[in-house]
Ligand binder design. Structure first.
Ligand code: FEO
Length: 398
């Protein structure tokens, strides 16, 4: 996509990545893609804000060359050192010998650690301003949104916030770069939530602090480094991020995430009966086969729903391993204080429920009595499973 003007003298020069299968080497994006949004400001001083993944470096340079010769760059702002925004730095550094690299003090040793770069590097302070001519940049620390060195950059005259990871989302840009031109907002809002829970959720406290800090600043446009630019309704992504961040400590809306795995169909038969019971109550319900669904897609449901049903067989006296893996990921992301229920089939030994409780012990999940069936479920057991699902869903209405 060619460079796009955001405001006079400010350009999006990002690149789409539709070939990386796993973001951060672990989160699936094969179907959705991702964008690395870089921005160019042309004033008396010329500034590039954030870069791209190393594999997208030549595409980024092509975008840049369409507007200026990189030797004309005065500054390169690095809001965040994670390599999805800095991987192209070696390439750029050689082509922009006059540019000074600006970043937070904590980012300076990271730049050396990742790339061995120590020259033409300057740390900027929280609140520091940089006059470019008609425009002025202000650098604002936003630690742990996403790493400790992270900052955001605000252009005061145009009121554009270059927020890097904050307010970003998965999803390559599908022609439209601005929210106001986007015909598929449900896709971007869903992918922003998935990105939030996969990447940022563990730092929800710092996200709320950053939102509070930014609340005193007039913002016309939020220009993140992933996903859409929010120019028509920047408050929309701000309020979504705030709502998601609050779920780290506040109760989630009533709803059920039903996780299941099944070796020979016995736990799956129970799951179908449990789901029937849940759906009888009208409670929102998401169902995931944990052996076939990456946790990157499951975590957003766990994050935004108050109840978790875990249906899994006992496997070698412990929990069916794909379920254990999913619950470990919930533990890693600190999905706290859920109401939980366990059901499953066992053969020669129980053990699954005990392990599910152990994995989630630090999360303060409140478990009800388990529904455990030896071998295949009888008709009576299936009727009991329906009642189990219905009672669990009704308990979330209390
Ligand atoms: Fe998009 Fe934390 O990097």
């Amino acid at each position: 996509m060619p460079a796009i003007s955001i405001r006079p003298g400010i350009y999006w020069i990002g690149v789409n990545d539709r070939t990386t299968d796993l973001f951060e080497g672990m989160w699936p994006i094969s179907q959705e893609g991702v964008s690395y949004n870089s921005y160019l400001i042309l004033d008396e001083k010329k500034v590039l804000i954030d870069l791209a993944h190393s594999g997208s470096g030549s595409a980024l340079l092509q975008q840049l060359y369409d507007l200026i010769d990189p030797t004309e760059l005065d500054y390169v702002v690095l809001n965040h050192l994670e390599p999805d925004h800095t991987g192209a730095i070696r390439l750029l550094r050689n082509l922009a010998p006059n540019a000074e690299f600006l970043m937070s003090a904590k980012a300076v040793p990271m730049l050396e650690a990742f790339y061995g770069i120590t020259e033409r590097v300057r740390a900027v302070a929280d609140g520091e301003e940089l006059r470019l001519g008609a425009k002025t940049l202000q650098f604002l620390a936003a630690p742990f949104v996403h790493w400790p060195e992270t900052m955001v950059t605000y252009e005061k005259e145009s009121k554009v916030l270059f927020s890097c990871d904050a307010f970003g989302g998965y999803g390559a840009l599908r022609g439209a770069v601005f929210d106001g031109d986007c015909a598929d907002m449900p896709f971007y809002e869903r992918e922003s939530l998935r990105y939030y829970v996969n990447i940022v959720a563990r730092f929800s406290g710092p996200v709320l602090k950053a939102i509070d800090k930014l609340s005193s600043i007039p913002i016309n446009t939020i220009a993140p480094s992933h996903g859409l630019i929010w120019r028509e309704d920047p408050d929309r992504i701000l309020s979504l991020y705030e709502q998601w961040a609050r779920l780290a400590t506040e109760p989630a809306p009533a709803g059920v995430t039903l996780l299941y795995g099944s070796m020979y169909g016995n736990t799956e038969a129970l799951m179908n009966a449990v789901a029937e019971g849940v759906s009888r109550t009208g409670m929102p319900l998401d169902i995931f086969d944990v052996a076939r669904t990456h946790s990157g897609y499951i975590l957003p449901s766990l994050w935004t729903k108050s109840g978790v049903l875990v249906g899994a067989p006992t496997y070698e006296v412990s929990l069916f391993p794909p379920m254990a893996q999913t619950l470990h990921m919930a533990e890693h992301k600190r999905i706290m204080r859920r109401k939980a229920g366990y059901f499953g089939s066992y053969g020669w030994s129980k053990g699954a429920f005990r392990e599910a409780q152990a994995i989630t012990a630090k999360l303060d999940w409140v478990w009800g009595d388990p529904l455990e069936v030896n071998g295949g479920p009888t008709r009576d057991a299936l009727r009991e499973a329906e009642r189990f699902g219905e009672a669990f869903a009704r308990s979330l209405m209390d």
